[in-house]
Design a protein around this ligand. Structure first.
Ligand SMILES: [Zn+2]
Length: 123
């Protein structure tokens, strides 16, 4: 199965209600080394556009930070089997069939990059 986590991330930023600002642009706005330059480029379009861009960049940063905060997967018990799903993207990460793990429990969702906490409410 081919995985394109970066493409998924960019897709999400476009669907967040923004104008599809990329994470790269958001980082330029937020990083102290590049803030001045990035804001100058946007600023000539007007003060409102500038505020929108900054707000959007902060929201994207929070969205990215959320993925670094480990969340327990959603567990579905089914006829002696356990299926673990990512809370962020709903993809199935791994299954445990008759007590035997089919695969491994990764620290991050292989589909969307969400950090996972396996110690909470599951074995
Ligand atoms: Zn995921």
């Amino acid at each position: 199965m081919a995985l394109y986590p970066l493409a998924q991330v960019e897709e999400k930023s476009a669907s967040m209600g923004g104008r599809g600002r990329t994470y790269e642009e958001a980082k330029r706005i937020l990083h102290p080394d590049t803030t001045r330059e990035a804001l100058a480029e946007i600023g000539f379009k007007g003060k409102e556009k500038l505020q929108d861009a900054v707000d959007e960049a902060f929201l994207m940063a929070c969205d990215a930070l959320d993925k670094q905060i480990p969340e327990p997967p959603v567990v579905l018990n089914q006829k002696g089997s356990k299926h673990f799903f990512c809370v962020a993207c709903d993809m199935r990460i791994v299954s445990e069939i008759n007590g035997e793990l089919c695969g491994r429990k990764p620290r991050f969702c292989p589909y969307c990059g969400q950090a996972l906490n396996w110690r909470a409410d599951n074995g």
